[in-house]
Design a protein around this ligand. Structure first.
Ligand code: ATP
Length: 378
């Protein structure tokens, strides 16, 4: 999809406008436009190579865009040096100086500001208090845990009172068991400070846990931006439907489309035109073959029957409270279904019925359905 532009508020704090950056023939960031409200926490999410890091580096001023603008309160900073634009950045590996103590690390960004020593000490103490490391100025950086080092890096970014905070994969260095707690702490901290923050992550769970809004990128382009709920519940492209959460793409043919409902059949199913599903579909559909993305919770397993879409259970993954079943249809395509742990066994025949008013069924027509399907890695 081209030219996706999100106006989240009428007066954004940060506006990215038509931003592009190529490396040789690779368009790393391709005509990216995004509005970020003051105090918002926005995650840039996308697969490897989608342009997240390049976008962050363009924002920080480590790269110069080929075209486009980066407006902070209306002022274009895209070609200013990093120091002048006053963005704070936390690097993926923190980039702390091992030979300097915590206080010296936090004070590093203040050096160039020519502040009196007392003021500098006060700013360092304030920044450390913000990240709940008050009084640790003289501690050696190497004597801190990974989570504490991350907070020192955050304090260093915050000490010069930046206008915007940039976080590059902020939790990737931490033990997985620590990440969930640290995410909550980081989000609470950023919300308390109220600073406009952009973070880069390739993990959907991290984006959903940390951010108020998520911008999903693919090949340098913005696929969709919105709340996690909007991306999950109303994906605008097959790529979004396939990347956010789980969804099984199925080939369908649209028979009729009226009054916000499309009726689809499954061309490869022996039931033929007898099996018909109704899909909520407010947008007009392009003609041609269509792809239906099915969330695992959007269908239930029922008795097989010629009037129902049916297949063979090929896999059962026990998840605890539920199990995830893979059901292979007659045309070779598979659907994942979330159901009770004792609903079926591999080898069983099962019928499939939509539940919940079709809210987890997302239909994409014509060329869009086919081309983006590839990109979603299906
Ligand atoms: P990852 O999750 O793997 O870090 P990403 O989404 O952050 O990926 P980028 O690092 O921004 O993606 O890369 C976007 C594209 O630009 C990729 O194709 C990458 O190979 C290319 N690229 C990035 N930096 C450079 C560079 N300095 N020189 C050449 N190509 C680059």
């Amino acid at each position: 999809m081209s030219g996706e532009r999100a106006i989240l508020t009428p007066t954004p704090h940060l506006r990215i406008e038509g931003l592009s950056k190529r490396f040789g023939s690779v368009p790393a960031v391709d005509d990216l436009s995004l509005d970020i409200p003051r105090g918002d926490l926005l995650a840039l999410l996308g697969p490897s190579g989608s342009g997240k890091t390049t976008t962050l580096r363009l924002l920080a001023g480590f790269e110069t865009p080929d075209s486009g603008r980066i407006l902070v309160d209306g002022e274009d900073v895209a070609r200013l040096t990093p120091a002048v634009r006053r963005f704070g950045m936390v690097f993926q590996h923190y980039a702390l100086f091992p030979h300097l103590d915590v206080g010296q690390n936090v004070g590093f960004g203040l050096e160039s500001q020519g502040l009196p020593a007392a003021e500098r000490s006060r700013r360092i103490a304030d920044a450390l208090a913000m990240v709940e490391l008050a009084g640790l100025e003289r501690r050696a950086v190497g004597a801190l845990s990974g989570g504490q080092q991350q907070r020192v890096a955050l304090a260093r970014a915050l000490a010069p009172a930046p206008r915007i905070l940039l976080l590059d994969e902020p939790l990737s260095n931490l033990d997985p068991s620590l990440r969930e707690r640290t995410r909550r702490e980081l989000r609470a901290l950023i919300e308390r400070i109220g600073i406009t923050t952009i973070l880069v992550t390739h993990e959907q769970e991290e984006a959903f846990d940390l951010a108020a809004h998520v911008a999903l990128l693919q090949r340098g382009r913005l696929e969709q931006v919105g709340t996690p709920e909007a991306l999950y519940g109303s994906p605008r492209t097959p790529f979004v439907a396939g990347f956010i959460g789980r969804a099984s793409p199925l080939t369908v043919r649209v028979m009729t489309h009226d009054a916000r409902v499309a009726r689809v059949v499954f061309p490869g199913d022996p039931g033929g035109a007898e099996v018909q599903w109704e899909i909520p579909q407010p947008e007009p559909l392009e003609g041609g073959p269509s792809v239906l993305y099915v969330r695992p919770e959007a269908v239930q397993l029922v008795e097989p029957d010629p009037t129902r879409l049916s297949g063979e259970v090929t896999l059962r993954r026990f998840l605890g409270a539920a199990a995830l079943y893979t059901v292979r249809l007659a045309n070779g395509e598979s659907v994942e279904v979330l159901a009770d742990p004792d609903a079926a066994q591999p080898g069983d025949r099962a019928g499939l019925l939509p539940v919940g008013g079709g809210s987890g069924l997302h239909l994409f027509g014509g060329e869009q359905g086919r081309s983006d399907d590839q990109a979603a890695g299906r």
